[in-house]
Design a protein around this ligand. Structure first.
Ligand SMILES: NC(=O)c1ccc[n+]([C@@H]2O[C@H](COP(=O)([O-])OP(=O)(O)OC[C@H]3O[C@@H](n4cnc5c(N)ncnc54)[C@H](OP(=O)(O)O)[C@@H]3O)[C@@H](O)[C@H]2O)c1
Length: 280
């Protein structure tokens, strides 16, 4: 069955908070080093139509990300910029300071989305107070979280005055987390999938290779399309122009219901990154 929302180009958006839209498909920058790697990645991505860019204090590339975006000539209001608060900076005062540092490195006076990078239950309340203040100041148009499981979200929602707009977590054919997706959906939290192409390992899954061949597409494109077709959002990363383009060419084919079901059957609960309950 075709999705009941437009899937036509990189310009497709979803509303993540009142009056704020984010592109369904954006660009990741983890392990894109500060300097020519990340600058080249972003320049090329913007030139082919990407508008949503995901960085983090942890990635050490905020300076080049911001500089490249500012120098691109793309008007600021056409761009959507996300950065994240790293774990060591969680807490009230430290989160406020960390946000100032990120903003200064990016060279902008606001970001579109500021995310808590990992759940730290002992600091969640103080950290979220700072996040809400940052949002109230207008310097982050929306706030959200990453890697929160349903029980973390449950705790956060029990005291949050501003609920998280987005939960960005690991999501791909081998790690689908259906309960978490359902929880986010039922609480109006937009899901943004990280590692959508399993850091390249989708090419090793025979069923994806077969589906890709049937559409004359790559397994990476099939995985990205599968995520988008389910109504989720995602941010594949590559520093290579051919792959940046490839990962965006997902609008000229559609997965059948049968193919969607086959991909759903590939879930093995296999994490590439840390378990949020065991990471601090
Ligand atoms: N919130 C969090 O905790 C969290 C955690 C991890 C990631 N993220 C965000 O999510 C983004 C995406 O996740 P990710 O970077 O971990 O994984 P990913 O996007 O699934 O995979 C990126 C890797 O796959 C390679 N690749 C890219 N396109 C490809 C293609 N078409 N075919 C084969 N290989 C390809 C890239 O290599 P090259 O660059 O060499 O092309 C890179 O090594 C990150 O960049 C980051 O912005 C967030």
């Amino acid at each position: 069955m075709s999705p009941d929302f437009a899937l036509s180009s990189l310009a497709d958006k979803i509303q993540i908070a009142p009056g704020l839209e984010m592109n369904r498909l954006g660009l990741g920058t983890y392990k894109a080093d500060e300097g020519p790697d990340v600058a080249g990645e972003i320049q090329y991505a913007l030139s082919v139509g990407y508008r949503t860019i995901d960085t983090a204090a942890l990635y050490g590339n905020e300076h080049a990300v911001g500089e490249t975006m500012r120098e691109s000539g793309v008007p600021r209001d056409e761009l959507f910029l996300t950065t994240k608060l790293w774990n060591t900076e969680q807490g009230y005062e430290s989160a406020l300071r960390a946000f100032d540092t990120s903003l200064a490195k990016l060279g902008y006076d606001y970001v579109d989305l500021y995310l808590v990078h990992w759940p730290l239950p002992s600091k969640m309340r103080d950290t979220w107070k700072a996040m809400e203040e940052i949002k109230a100041s207008g310097r982050a148009r929306a706030i959200g979280v990453c890697n929160f499981l349903p029980h973390h979200l449950e705790t956060l929602l029990s005291f949050a005055e501003v609920p998280p707009a987005v939960n960005q977590f690991e999501h791909h054919p081998r790690l689908q987390q259906p309960e978490l997706v359902a929880y986010c959906r039922s609480h109006d939290i937009t899901v943004q999938a990280w590692a959508p192409i399993m850091r390249g390992r989708v090419t090793l899954i025979p069923e994806l290779v077969q589906i890709a061949q049937a559409h004359r597409k790559s397994p990476a494109q099939v995985s990205i399309r599968w995520i988008l077709q389910r109504g989720l959002t995602t941010i594949p990363k590559s520093i290579h122009s051919n792959r940046i383009l490839e990962n965006s060419e997902v609008y000229d084919f559609e997965l059948s219901d049968r193919e969607m079901v086959i991909i759903e059957s590939l879930d093995q609960g296999e994490r590439l990154g840390p378990d949020p309950d065991r990471f601090s």
